[in-house]
Design a protein around this ligand. Structure first.
Ligand SMILES: [Ca+2]
Length: 409
């Protein structure tokens, strides 16, 4: 009996130890059960046509873009007015058009909007021989009844002119525009147009993040590599859909579509290379000279979103969506004490992935923990913008604008 007990006790102890280790391991590798942010959702508007972006004025007005229609406002009294774009707008734009992923995309208000009434949009234009994406500045009267003073401040952002093996015209245009509350300059995200050499070509503005002043001139401190267009802040990007500024450090972060692998969130630095280079290496051939969905290397490995072999000093991503691509779209930091334990997390929207994910970062900007916004309808999340009331506003492709409020308040 004694001998039997001495054999059993170590076995029980070993089994308990294994159970404890498995439990500890699971807790370390799997999201905790509370890793979900519960928010209260209200539908603010519905029936819109491909809403793409939002901006709030100090008076409470909400400006919003619809890709094929233009820029509109919902005034504080609830009236809705088409301000700029298609026929019937307060200011019509004959050159405005939509095609593929392009049209009336980002919108931003000047940091001094209350005084100067300047609004900026990113739109497709057919002025001139080749179609372009451009940043257009407008002046909107205080009653939103008059729009004037159109000035196209960045006129030479490349546009994919025609269909090729990889997709239709108007693909990969980028299109988010945001003023940094830290340096006051306008950041403009662009796309690679399914064009192999474009992201690493420092003479052209596709596959870049630009940083300009309110007249479209290069901002000081861009540190563009010698000989490059001085408006370029970072280069080597694929199709940047979101840009946000860390609430403490002011550092800009970009969110970017991957090509079937590796959607990326990347902390940026002036003059940095995002490491995307879909041009074929010597001896490699790709349809339409674009290797974005295949391999740019002789060894046949997929073209990486951040190619540290070609560019050892490339900007390192903070997060790569677990090696998959789900149409990562906008991003914004949650700011303000009402977000409680979630204050300072980055909210990231997904199109095909149809969710809002939350990233917690360390001091270096690397993601250390993720969570999701719980119980949202599975919709394509196109725009995430904080409102003046502290809530998070969301535009979805299906035509709604939602207001999300922290239920734990
Ligand atoms: Ca990259």
């Amino acid at each position: 009996m004694t001998r039997k007990t001495t054999r059993v006790v170590p076995k029980i102890f070993a089994a308990l130890l294994v159970a404890v280790l498995i439990h500890w391991g699971c807790n370390r590798s799997m999201p905790a059960a509370d890793n979900r942010l519960q928010l209260t959702r209200t539908v603010v508007m519905s029936g819109l046509s491909d809403p793409w972006d939002l901006a709030f004025a100090p008076d409470g007005a909400m400006l919003f873009t619809e890709k094929c229609r233009g820029l509109s406002v919902r005034t504080p009294d609830g009236a809705i007015r088409l301000l700029f774009g298609t026929a019937g707008a307060v200011l019509a734009a004959d050159d405005f058009f939509c095609q593929g992923q392009s049209g009336m995309l980002g919108v931003a208000l000047d940091p001094a909007f209350d005084e100067n009434r300047l609004v900026y949009v990113y739109m497709a234009s057919n002025i001139g021989r080749a179609k372009t994406n451009r940043v257009v500045r407008l002046e909107v009267e205080r009653d939103y009844a008059v729009v004037s003073g159109r000035k196209d401040i960045v006129t030479d952002i490349p546009f994919k002119q025609s269909l090729n093996r990889w997709g239709g015209a108007g693909a990969h245009s980028g299109g988010r525009i945001r003023f940094s509350p830290f340096d006051g300059y306008l950041y403009v995200t662009t796309g690679d147009n399914h064009n192999g050499p474009l992201p690493q070509d420092l003479s052209r503005l596709g596959g870049k993040i630009l940083r300009v002043d309110r007249d479209g001139n290069a901002a000081p401190g861009n540190q563009t590599p010698a000989g490059g267009d001085p408006r370029i802040y970072t280069y080597g990007h694929r199709n940047v859909q979101g840009i946000a500024f860390h609430p403490v450090t002011g550092r800009p972060f970009a969110s970017e579509h991957g090509p079937g692998h590796d959607d990326e969130v990347t902390p940026l630095a002036a003059g940095g290379n995002g490491g995307w280079d879909p041009a074929p290496a010597k001896g490699v051939s790709c349809p339409a000279d674009y290797c974005g969905y295949t391999s740019n290397k002789p060894d046949g490995t997929p073209t990486p979103m951040t190619d540290l072999d070609r560019f050892p000093d490339a900007l390192k991503p903070s997060w790569n969506n677990r090696g998959v691509s789900e149409g990562m779209s906008p991003c914004v930091f949650l700011t303000g004490p009402h977000w409680k334990g979630w204050e300072g997390w980055l909210a990231v929207g997904f199109l095909r992935g149809a969710r809002i994910e939350l990233l917690q970062m360390d001091a270096a900007g690397m993601t250390i923990r993720t969570a999701v916004v719980a119980d949202l309808p599975e919709e394509r999340m196109r725009s995430l913008v904080p409102g003046p009331d502290g809530a998070l506003y969301v535009a979805i492709d299906a035509g709604d604008i939602w207001r999300l409020e922290n239920a734990a308040q």
